[in-house]
Design a protein around this ligand. Structure first.
Ligand code: ATP
Length: 326
């Protein structure tokens, strides 16, 4: 393998708070170790359409506290075609980039895996998504901040729910995973979390209504993971109207607010550690792995495992939400 001289960084897919802290850590660790660094704008789009800029240490000044990503992010259809990836490779070579750090979610890391199979490019991935749906890592960059944003919003909803004695369905993001819903339900003392992982096992709404509400409770908050298959919180509220008309049900969809905001200390520290570890991995000759964290230790996770969606939900926590809301 030829020695790496210049590392390209990109952020791809949905933005997540802490991506900037990761860009900063990757850039500065790379420069510290004698590499050149190039920033690739708008995810894989910047590779395909040749939007590549030189990065210096100052390029990443004053960004650790900012949400979003200074490199911008995008979804790039062209990169999903062999022709698009060929152009991307040619542009990379022309820019002198000989290794990549890709910060993004499962789609972005799937793309990285395919690109690495087709071309001889060392790629290291960083888990950048609020959904926490990547395997081999306890947490992803952005997840903790999104969880805190949800918590603050639900605390406010609780005031109005209890004053009006209403049942609130609060829809949160998560792609097809229930981590945000389950753990925000725990953090807010919500009455239940309705998550895709349980969808085929029980009728979660009927269970909740039939067993969940104590007579003394006049209001309730139920956190619902977004779910295009079932219609999410809106569909649940419709069902309540028809099947359980005694409840005054309302829906709040938190939406893109969950992606924004200054990253928490947890996400800044995580991004800094993972960013440094990505350069360390390249120095060690690692390629085609995502950097994860398990029990506080850095781990190297093959892309195929990272995107395999086999990270189980913690069933004890699901039970705990029920126990603590009696
Ligand atoms: P999030 O989970 O936060 O939404 P993500 O990384 O999963 O982030 P996606 O929109 O799924 O977001 O993927 C981002 C980009 O990765 C796509 O726009 C595309 O450019 C690339 N990508 C995804 N899947 C593939 C694939 N199978 N082959 C090549 N590229 C892909």
């Amino acid at each position: 393998m030829a020695a790496i001289k210049c590392i390209g960084i990109l952020t791809s897919g949905g933005d997540a708070p802490g991506m900037n802290a990761a860009i900063r850590a990757v850039t500065r660790t790379a420069i510290f170790n004698g590499f050149k660094v190039k920033g690739i704008m708008r995810g894989y789009k910047g590779l395909v359409f040749n939007e590549i800029v030189d990065f210096k240490s100052q390029s990443v000044s004053n960004i650790i506290q900012q949400g979003g990503t200074i490199l911008k992010t995008a979804r790039c259809k062209e990169f999903q075609t062999p022709e698009g990836r060929k152009t991307a490779y040619e542009n990379m070579q022309a820019a002198g980039i000989d290794a990549l750090v890709v910060i993004g979610g499962d789609g972005s890391l799937t793309g990285a895996g395919i690109f690495a199979q087709e071309y001889d490019v060392p790629i290291v991935g960083l888990p950048g998504t609020i959904d926490n749906d990547l395997g081999g890592t306890d947490s992803t960059i952005g997840y903790d901040t999104a969880l805190n944003t949800i918590m603050e919003a639900v605390d406010k909803l609780r005031d109005t729910a209890s004053s009006h004695e209403r049942l609130f369905f609060v829809e949160v993001m998560g792609h097809t995973a229930g981590y945000l819903a389950l753990n925000s339900a725990l953090a807010t003392g919500s009455e239940a979390a309705i998550i895709p992982e349980m969808e085929t096992e029980v009728d979660q709404l009927a269970e909740l209504i039939n067993h969940g509400f104590r007579k003394s409770k006049n209001s309730a908050i139920v956190i619902v993971a977004e779910n295009p298959k079932t219609g999410g919180a809106t569909a649940l509220a419709e069902r309540v109207k028809k099947e359980f008309p005694q409840y005054d049900a309302r829906v709040t969809i938190l939406g893109h607010i969950q992606r924004g905001g200054s990253p928490t200390a947890h996400d800044r520290i995580l991004a800094s550690r993972l960013g440094e570890a990505s350069i360390e991995a390249l120095l060690q000759g690692q390629r085609n792995v995502m950097i994860g964290i398990r029990n506080g230790e850095i781990t190297y996770v093959p892309f195929s495992k990272a995107v395999s969606h086999d990270k189980p939900i913690d069933r004890n926590n699901l039970e705990l939400v029920k126990i603590l809301s009696i």
